[in-house]
Design a binder for this molecule. Structure first.
Ligand code: ADP
Ligand code: ASP
Ligand code: MG
Length: 413
């Protein structure tokens, strides 16, 4: 089999971890597989490098930041190659430039355009284990770019797609995808199988165990994707097309995103075109807006609240404040103390009462809901960041623990 494996930061955090992973890789090689292995930077290296840069220049150029951040993955692949050599096996480490991972020019958040296969295939041909630095690409100027935080998963799936791999395994520090973050919700349950659609929804709503663009690509190219632990031999979670038990479950998972900021414009004129004006100013500044809530007009005025990514808060407030006269509002208020809690499930659309169950769980644990947004497969609420843990536990208890037989009989446990 041709297998693409990916090991995340905690899986290669120190020498002991690297040696453990090297043994896992060589065992798969001994089993007769051809291997391309994508590796992330060790532990918190990406954060440490970012902080280092901020200390020297808080407005560091994005090009130079990418120059710096990509060194984390370059170190990891080289160390992994050395570890594999020490076990007596052949391996070659490659950067994105050496492979030919071509990406767009957006430093810090580039997209993969295409990947050359010739170098990887010739290494495989020579019976080498191929090690590829994750999270990086090269743009048309030949400069290195990074693909967004957590994007080594996307590197792995993209490589699996171009090579037509039989399997793509994402090795991490938990045993698979759980019904909720196992670090926050103690009795969360491992999901054995989940559909691409549901996983994409979960990843996009903040479940970081898989990068959302990786899931998107796996879905598009029908890649057999597995999330599993680099520390145990537990089976992991299979992400695939149709999951037969799907209809049984109202809710397949609970996601939380705390990288959120809320902005409210108070006292807007209640006339046509106001929402258009506000959101086109933000769109011009390339700021994405998520949940939007508009109050009913009263005395010819209304209020609009919405959420943006935490990193966009300062710019969004500056853009709107600079347009105060042309938009026409009394006041702008904002905070970054909110979190978005979401329940996701393909069965939701046919099971009425799911929303009320969620609100009941939140009411029972005394958590106030500030905004609500729904679609056919998810319900999201905006709550105070400090209440995340108890809200998640309450919602999880309501849906998962009360339906535990479904999980045991179907996809979980
Ligand atoms: P890696 O460094 O291997 O890429 P990440 O930190 O990106 O690992 O993702 C793994 C983490 O995702 C876990 O440690 C876990 O805390 C978190 N996580 C959040 N939600 C979930 C979930 N539903 N299932 C599994 N892990 C989750
Ligand atoms: N090292 C990068 C990050 O921390 C990429 C990754 O881990 O996937 O975001
Ligand atoms: Mg990750």
């Amino acid at each position: 089999m041709l297998i693409v494996q990916k090991y995340g930061g905690t899986s290669v955090a120190n020498t002991e971890c690297i040696m453990r992973v090297a043994k896992r890789i060589t065992a798969a090689f001994d089993a007769g597989n051809k291997l391309v292995v994508v590796v992330s930077a060790q532990g918190d290296t990406t954060d440490i490098l970012t902080n280092k840069a901020n200390k020297i220049n808080p407005n560091a150029s994005k090009r130079e930041l990418d120059m710096l951040l990509t060194t984390g993955e370059q170190q990891s692949v080289a160390l992994m190659a050395m570890a594999i050599h020490s076990l007596g096996y052949p391996a070659t480490s490659l950067t994105a430039a050496q492979v030919g991972i071509h990406a767009t020019s957006t430093y810090g958040n580039a997209r993969i355009k295409n990947i050359e296969t010739s170098r990887m295939l010739s290494e495989i041909e020579r019976n080498n284990i191929v090690l590829v630095a994750g999270f990086q690409g090269v743009n048309r100027y030949g400069d290195v770019t990074t693909l967004g935080r957590g994007a080594s998963d996307t590197t792995a799936v993209a490589i699996a797609a171009v090579l037509g791999a039989d399997l793509c395994e994402i090795y991490t520090d938990v045993e698979g995808v759980y019904t909720a973050d196992p670090r926050l919700v103690k009795n969360s349950v491992k999901i054995n199988q989940i559909s691409y659609e549901e996983m994409l929804e979960l990843s996009s709503l903040g479940v970081q165990v898989l990068h959302n663009r990786a899931v998107e690509m796996a879905k598009r190219y029908r890649i057999k994707l597995v999330v599993r632990s680099s520390m145990t031999n537990a089976e992991g979670t299979l992400i695939k097309g149709d999951v037969p038990e799907m209809e049984k479950l109202y809710v397949s998972g609970i996601a939380v995103d705390d990288k959120i900021a809320r902005i409210s414009l108070i006292g807007l004129n209640d006339k046509p075109g106001i929402a258009y004006q506000i959101f086109s100013f933000l769109a011009k500044a390339k700021i994405s807006v998520d949940i939007i809530l508009q109050s009913i007009g009263r005395n010819d005025t209304k209020d609009i609240s919405f959420t943006v990514h935490k990193d966009d808060l300062t710019e969004a407030v500056a853009v709107l404040t600079s347009q105060k006269d042309s938009i026409g509002f009394d006041e702008i208020s904002y905070d970054d103390q909110s979190a978005k809690l979401s329940i996701v499930g393909a069965g939701m659309v046919t099971n009425f009462g799911v929303a009320s169950m969620m609100f009941e769980a939140l009411y029972d644990c005394g958590v106030n809901v500030n905004m609500i947004s729904t679609s056919e497969v998810k319900i999201s609420v905006l709550i105070n960041k400090n209440h995340v843990e108890k809200a998640m536990t309450a919602v999880h208890d309501k849906f998962v623990n009360n339906q535990i037989d479904f999980y045991k009989g179907g996809r979980g446990l």
